[in-house]
Design a protein around this ligand. Sequence first.
Ligand code: DGJ
Length: 716
Amino acid sequence: MNVNAQQTVIRVSTNETDLVMKTAPNGRLYQAYFGEKLLNEDEIQALPHYITRPSSDGSVTPRGWEVYPASGAEDYFEPAFSIQHNDGNMTSILYYKSHEVKNIDGNTQETIIRIVDDQYPLEVTLHYMSFAKENVIKSWTEIKHNEKKPVNISQYASSMLYFESPAYYLNEYSGDWSKEAQLSTQELKFGKKIIDTKLGTRAAMHAYPFFQLGLGQEVSEDQGKVLVGTIGWTGNFRFTFEIDNVNNLRIISGINPYASIYELKPAEIFKTPEFIYTLSYKGVGKASRDLHTWARNYQLKDGKGDRLTLLNNWEATGPDFDEKILKEWMSEAKNLGVDMFLLDDGWFGNKYPRINDKAGLGDWEAMYSKLPNGIPGLVKAAKEAGVKFGLWVEPEMINPKSELFEKHPDWVIMQPNRETYYYRHQLVLDLSNPKVQDYVFGVVDKIITENPDISYLKWDCNSPITNIYSPYLKEKQNHLYINHVRGFYHVMERFNEKHPNVAIMLCSGGGARCDYEALKYYTEFWCSDNTDPIDRLYIQWNFSQFFPIKSMGAHVTSWNKSASIKFRTDVAMMCKFGFDISLKELAKDERQFCSEAVANYNRLRKVILDGSFYRLVSPYESNHTAVMHVSEAKDKAVLFAYDIHPLFKEKLYPVKLQGLDPMKKYRIKEINLMPGVISELVEDGKVYSGDYLMKIGLDAFTATRMNSRVIEIVVL
Ligand code: DGJ
């Protein structure tokens, strides 16, 4: 190998973090440093390419941290990459070839590094995109070869990162339908911990594509070093955390290679998903705010735009409605003051009407017995009522009881020779097949083209892949999990290109799809079908670790009616706000309260949707919880304080605010009060400095179970 005599130093930086990579005399590329930004360039140049820590017996073991280690070399821990060459050989050693740095905009830089095998025509390109202000880096990899025949790649990580710390604490998030994003913490010890999914689609139902890693201490909100990482892949992903014999940790992130040995043709490029990460030195609160800002600026569909408040009918009607009933819902939406009425599942299917979840998926024609004037009739009615109109779809799925299934059983992922099993009575369409991609695109394209006044789609995905077999891929079944997801992206790309102004909710029987690649195409995601406000406080707390508030859908429903309408509303209002409840079931004062809450939200939505978000009191560490949103100019803020299950004679502590200007004065006002109720907040109506509010705080908590307060804080 042509070894570069001179060491090459590659520095990927944000305003706060440096990732330094260096070539060694052997020509290979190593991670020399990853941590808080270094101040002296000469010291960066002088960093060793390997870690040398003397043991207590005086011995020194230099250990290189190869940036993209392939299988078969001298590193005996988990590699980032595995390949079988045409001659059957299963090793690769990748040597530094070249790199370049591109300035994308004043804030973003892309570093592209080429590493190549010296024995085989194999090239791997490592991409690092760094966002200076937001302190976020994302990395992905491209793999290409020029062997005579296709090669098999069986591991193809997006990224490999190494850490050296006395202790590692992992926060992972797991779940199921209606119990999304449940937090658990563990200390990592020698060996491997894997977080992965094999569900194919609805992929995050049990394991979520994000984590937090406390370095040296458990993850904490406002102090300590923490890595927050997430993978942008709407299918099978895998994070491997491996601690080696000298207590160093490597984190390998990427597609889960389970049942997915990929056959890569000569000259074809295999592009991995993006692994997105931030290192915070001030706890996870700062990491969340950085991710939120980054996502709004760069990743989320319409990240800087407004969001629509809505009234949805699912929880109250299920599929039992007709045009007359829906018209009433539209005028209810108008009276409530929300922007839109969203029609949910059950509006389609004629030969196999969608009267429940057993039939109709695939037949996207309005059910004329319920809706004689079809979707155009509803769009017109919404216009007349003075609200926007949104529509539920689930175009990636099919019920066997459908005309589509009768016509195209070959479009369905199912075994040709085994008994079929179903999840929610449905099956997944085979998006690895370009014809099926065209069909799925065609379904939504037709709806919007014929009804350009539809403002919003709720795009659902209720089943994982069952009976994994693609009639289209034939003997290439090992490509199905990957090509299915790529097919989904093709559809979304096409749709968004043609209809950029349609807001879309990413829903997956609740929050089982929530990753940053999908969110390029969706304005928000539905956090959970569980809208019990108590459960939601935890679910929202956890999703907010990774995703901006404006992407988190939260609705007021009838779940847990023992909580007041005020409590339920106050919980939904801290996110992207909506209702999914029959207003008829509410008392007069409750309806009035809801309308006033919508008006309050409209006044404050800019702060709530785009402000800096602070988690002040954790529901995991207290019988209460509080969060706040602060505008960029620090002239407005909203505090949400919730009493979950206070104990008798419990001492109540003031809530110390964050993010305000200590030098400015703010007026405190409790809002969202039930009609006729006067605030009992002792600070109500008074003026305090930001300094006071952040150091002493507000007595926002009460001793009443399921009580809540929304407090508006406005600069004088
Ligand atoms: C699952 C979603 O999470 C619900 O909100 C609702 O849209 C149903 N699907 C409809 O089938």
